[in-house]
Design a protein around this ligand. Structure first.
Ligand SMILES: C[S@@+](CC[C@H](N)C(=O)[O-])C[C@H]1O[C@@H](n2cnc3c(N)ncnc32)[C@H](O)[C@@H]1O
Length: 178
């Protein structure tokens, strides 16, 4: 599945920063708000890892299963705000253009921290709030500003928070450590 021009640059950076384990156990990656699976499938094709994706919309998951026919990536109907995974399951949590669609994004970030292993990483790509480029979008009021997302992540207990923008400046890649 093709990445859009505005997201490709940040997705490439994200892929390069996922640490691949040398042991037999693969790096475990969770894509929250996977929609039709674009990011999870892309990551699984680029790097050697074990990818899961979750989305609460059943028809997205049905479609994504068709997009990933070999079942290489496993997708499940689940809400990111209340996941079924046990604590410390994943090495990496990723999300593409989904955080702003969640009813309670803070809870999603807390849950992400819970399911991450110690020193696991979260990578979020989403629209930047409060900009001329994004203010006409339908979901614009729900976009985090850079500072707002940094504050929430830090309050939840994430550390080493880094934020960078794509060339157009309308999308951010946020990275943090549990
Ligand atoms: C704009 S789409 C992005 C989908 C996909 N990441 C992509 O880039 O193609 C946002 C997604 O967030 C999902 N979403 C909304 N609330 C959610 C929640 N509580 N937990 C997980 N996903 C959620 C929606 O169902 C939708 O698929």
């Amino acid at each position: 599945m093709d990445l859009l021009e505005n997201e490709a640059e940040l997705v490439e950076k994200l892929c390069k920063r996922i640490k691949i384990k040398k042991e037999r156990v693969k790096t475990r990656v969770l894509d929250v708000g996977c929609g039709t699976g674009k990011l999870g499938i892309y990551i699984s094709e680029k790097i050697e890892c074990d990818v899961r994706g979750i989305d609460p919309v059943e028809k997205n998951i049905e479609k994504v299963r068709k997009n990933s026919p070999q079942g290489k990536v496993k997708f499940e109907v689940q809400s990111a705000e209340k996941m079924n995974f046990t604590n410390k399951t994943f090495d990496v949590v990723v999300s593409l253009k989904a955080l702003h669609e969640m009813a309670n994004p803070e809870e999603t970030l807390r849950e992400s921290k819970r399911v991450l292993k110690a020193y696991g990483k979260i990578f979020i790509i989403d629209w930047v709030g409060g900009l001329a480029q994004t203010k006409s979008h339908a979901h614009a009021p729900k976009y985090f500003t850079r500072e707002g997302l940094e504050k929430v992540l830090s309050e939840i207990g994430f550390t080493d928070i880094g934020i960078e923008l794509n060339k157009g400046g309308e999308l951010m890649l946020v990275e943090a450590v549990k």
